[in-house]
Design a binder for this molecule. Structure first.
Ligand SMILES: Nc1nc2c(c(=O)[nH]1)N[C@H]1C(S)=C(S)[C@@H](COP(=O)(O)OP(=O)(O)OC[C@H]3O[C@@H](n4cnc5c(=O)[nH]c(N)nc54)[C@H](O)[C@@H]3O)O[C@H]1N2
Ligand SMILES: Nc1nc2c(c(=O)[nH]1)N[C@H]1C(S)=C(S)[C@@H](COP(=O)(O)OP(=O)(O)OC[C@H]3O[C@@H](n4cnc5c(=O)[nH]c(N)nc54)[C@H](O)[C@@H]3O)O[C@H]1N2
Ligand code: SF4
Ligand SMILES: [Mo]
Length: 748
């Protein structure tokens, strides 16, 4: 172990974020590594293969892993620079305890003492207020083994129903829609199918910045002659090379999908055989979209009628196609309806389940797919099972060696848990791999609620903005310090391999969870010696469920460069493409390829409703939020990687010159965004690539730079996803930076 500075409290300010930390090793500079470790990028859901260079138990660089089929050695800027975070002096090497008298509000605590304190506080809270008064938050950057263990720990160790995870902010609208329409929640096709598609429809996905390596697939398809349609309020980099751009007004995609289906029916661009033999519910949807004439669709969506007709014609008459969407249509109070609208035009075309004919929501987080299948969701048991289903409860309870009656019932989503804190129903919280202070909307409320907790413990490898509210901070593990599986956005289960050991008092997350269980005297079921043992139990727990991993082994993953689930037996090859004609599944039992007893997919009527907070005279501008290529999520990791910070150092407000002119705003001016919940003052970036009625701000920063000071906490009634993509604001030019422009939380 190279020596690292041991700090009383790591804070970025002390060191400045703009440096490369090297611990004395010359990074990337011809130093001969001790070993190369094949693993995957720690960031987005593409999970590109990468080889980490290791010297003296430190990651010092990377080499491409050219054989890995998805990215074939390619990496985006984040993948290339990820290795720099391990050596950052802010890395937590000790446990910390909140202490108002300590210089930075925290003091170092021996690891074992910290674990004891956590156990005592859990016991205190639960003895006084009952098991449900202690809640657990998880995250989808965790390996599937950790996510599984966390779900088991909450239900069996803590006996609380209150567990949910950060995928609630990410994947849940698409997941709910996929389950309603197909009975299963996974991208329907491998990415290789994109190459064979004649038309590609991209709705609300900034592919080139958020899934950079996927861009290559789109471009190769274009080389093969594919027509690309992009729907986005901004001309994103992928839109700059598309064939038809539909500049939708934020929050109106369902109207567009209904309008397209209207034209498909009018022109008879339908696959009647497929609709009759493989779907139910078409008649009701056809009736509903009658009112979505091209004129009305144009009025609501802000897209020219001619463009709508052209899109419908391209989509309607294609022989092969691929529709993909991401958070642009999902982060809405009608996110589920948007996704159902998208699925309706896929089903009406009959182009699914075949080579070159596909549909996918593009999963965002590194383990966004695996992390949503095995029990850290509030209503879910491992294998994608339902916690309210008596048979499913029996299966999970048997694997865990408890009676089904001992399993708690369904809990509530992350946001409602904050409301339970407000009502005093939740008094304690264990948070791992989640930074809600930056990532949840209307974050003044989130901070206030965290302050109300009697006890709050966070497990992270950096002192995140959320960790600053904790009573105890436990030092968890970086991606490269542990092994386990993750599932990529295409449904391919891959293996993360450990490259280095945990430094200082840091521990692999699964060890920390088991240490807490032991200190609580509830170690039964939490004595795994390594991730492989957890995985072996997970295989059994998932067997027979929809997300069936029982036929997957670590060896098979390594040998085959990943295995697509479902994979119900060791001799099963895995399932790269779902819904193939003639295929079946445990639910349809031979009746058809979709995951319902009759084997048929469902059309769903998807009514249009406006956003929860539409513009008016007082707040006349639409605010939409999202990402930039060089920063990742709440920024805890990427704001500490110097070259990525240099690429995009601070959040900017993208606005059209027409809007800017009306407010006398020039490029680089400070502008105050005022909304009903808060304000945020940032610099303007004047661009012609955005609708003039909309501004866009990336959300990767905390404190005064956090746009989630302004966003609205309205949720989709089904998926409970927040409406990050639309709220109403006004903008005002300022004559200087705001008082708190550091992006850090004020010190406690
Ligand atoms: N660089 C980088 N890559 C990432 C991440 C990251 O933080 N940084 N995060 C990962 C994660 S977890 C996720 S979820 C994904 C997110 O990936 P994306 O969903 O692609 O990213 P976003 O920027 O959230 O939103 C996508 C687009 O939606 C558009 N949009 C806004 N409102 C609407 C609307 O009403 N309709 C339509 N059609 N479009 C709209 C925005 O202009 C934006 O271009 O990225 C993953 N990859
Ligand atoms: N305004 C706005 N807000 C948004 C969005 C938006 O588009 N607009 N997007 C939403 C979306 S799609 C998402 S996914 C969320 C993400 O929001 P968060 O989940 O809050 O963001 P992360 O940065 O992933 O937070 C993870 C935390 O866990 C730590 N961590 C990462 N990996 C590990 C690990 O393996 N072990 C441990 N112990 N800790 C780990 C990181 O250091 C970080 O502090 O943000 C949402 N918030
Ligand atoms: S595309 Fe995603 S997985 Fe691939 S290198 Fe970039 S951040 Fe990592
Ligand atoms: Mo996400």
């Amino acid at each position: 172990m190279a020596s690292q500075p041991v700090l009383d409290l790591p804070i970025i300010e002390k060191f400045g974020p703009h440096r490369n930390y090297s611990n004395g090793l010359l990074l990337e500079s011809g130093v001969e590594p001790d070993k190369l470790v094949k693993t995957h990028c720690c960031f987005c859901g593409m999970q590109c293969g990468i080889q980490l260079k290791v010297k003296d138990d430190q990651v010092i660089g990377f080499e491409p892993w050219e054989e890995f089929p998805f990215n074939q050695g390619m990496l985006c800027p984040k993948g290339v620079k990820r290795y720099l975070q391990g050596a950052h002096p802010d890395r937590l090497l000790k446990a910390y305890q909140r202490d108002p008298d300590a210089p930075a509000g925290f003091r170092v605590l021996a690891y074992e003492d910290a674990i004891q304190r956590v156990a005592e506080e859990i016991q205190k809270v639960q003895t006084t207020y009952g098991p449900d008064s202690f809640a657990v938050f998880g995250g989808a950057s965790l390996t599937t083994e950790k996510a599984y263990l966390l779900g088991k720990f909450a239900r069996m160790g803590l006996k609380t129903s209150n567990i949910d995870y950060n995928g609630r902010l990410c994947m849940v609208s698409a997941a709910a829609a996929n389950k309603k329409a197909f009975g299963i929640d996974r991208a329907a096709n491998p990415w290789a199918d994109i190459l064979k598609a004649e038309v590609i429809w991209i709705a609300g996905a900034n592919i080139a910045e958020c899934f950079p390596i996927l861009t290559n697939y789109i471009w190769q398809a274009r080389e093969n002659g594919a027509k690309i349609i992009v729907v986005d309020p901004r001309i994103t980099p992928i839109a700059r090379t598309c064939d038809l751009f539909l500049p939708v007004k934020p929050g109106r995609d369902i109207a567009l999908f209904n309008g397209i289906l209207h034209l498909m029916i009018e022109k008879d661009w339908l696959d009647h055989d497929f609709i009759a033999n493989h779907t139910v519910g078409f008649a009701a949807v056809a009736e509903h979209v009658k009112e979505w004439t091209p004129r009305r669709t144009a009025e609501v969506t802000g897209i020219a009628e001619g463009s709508i007709r052209k899109a419908a014609q391209w989509w309607g008459t294609a022989k092969s196609s691929f529709l993909m969407h991401a958070r642009g249509i999902e982060h809405h109070t009608h996110g589920v309806q948007n996704c159902l609208g998208a699925i309706n035009i896929v089903l009406a075309s009959g182009r699914i389940g075949r080579e070159g004919c596909g549909y996918a929501t593009i999963t965002g987080q590194g383990n966004g797919q695996g992390g949503r299948e095995h029990g850290q969701k509030c209503d879910q048991l491992p294998g994608g099972r339902d916690i309210e289903n008596p048979e499913h409860r029996v299966h999970a309870a048997k694997v865990w060696g408890i009676s089904p009656d001992e399993l708690p019932r369904a809990g509530v989503d992350v946001y409602e848990m904050f409301q339970r804190i407000e009502r005093g129903e939740i008094r304690g919280l264990l948070n791992i791999c989640f930074n809600p202070v930056v990532s949840l909307p209307h974050n003044a409320y989130i901070k206030w609620m965290l302050e109300r907790l009697k006890f709050f413990v966070t497990i992270d490898f950096f002192m995140s903005e959320t960790a600053r509210y904790a009573d105890i901070v436990l030092p968890g593990s970086l991606h490269e310090e542990d092994e386990g599986i993750v599932t990529t956005a295409e449904g391919r289960v891959v293996k993360i391999n450990a490259a280095v050991s945990c430094p200082g008092d840091a521990r692999q997350d699964w060890r920390i969870i088991q240490d807490i269980a032991r200190a609580l005297g509830r170690e039964k079921g939490f004595t795994f010696a390594n991730p492989r043992e957890i995985f072996e139990e997970l295989r059994v727990a998932s067997a027979g469920g929809i997300a069936d991993y029982s036929g997957i082994t670590y060896e098979k993953i390594e040998k085959e460069m990943g295995v697509f689930w479902p994979c119900p037996s060791e001799d099963h090859p895995g399932t790269p493409r779902l819904f193939e004609p003639g295929s079946s599944n445990p639910i349809a039992k031979g009746n058809g390829p979709f995951y319902f007893p009759d084997g048929k997919a469902r059309f769903n009527v998807a009514p249009y409703t406006p956003p929860a907070e539409d513009v008016d005279d007082e707040f006349p501008v639409i605010l939409t939020t999202g990402r930039v290529v060089s920063q990742y999520l709440s920024g805890t990791q990427t704001r500490r990687i110097g070259p990525l910070v240099d690429q995009y150092p601070e959040p900017l407000i993208e606005m059209h010159p027409q809007l800017a002119d009306r407010h006398y705003i020039k490029d680089g001016d400070w502008v105050r965004i005022e909304g009903r919940r808060g304000i945020c003052t940032l610099r303007a970036k004047i661009v012609t690539t955005i609708r003039p009625d909309t501004i866009f701000v990336p959300y990767h920063w905390g404190g005064g730079k956090s746009i989630n000071q302004v966003t609205i906490a309205a949720q989709d009634p089904i998926s409970k996803i927040p409406e990050y993509k639309v709220c109403a604001v006004r903008i005002l030019r300022q004559y200087g930076p705001p008082a708190n422009a550091t992006g850090l939380e004020p010190q406690q």
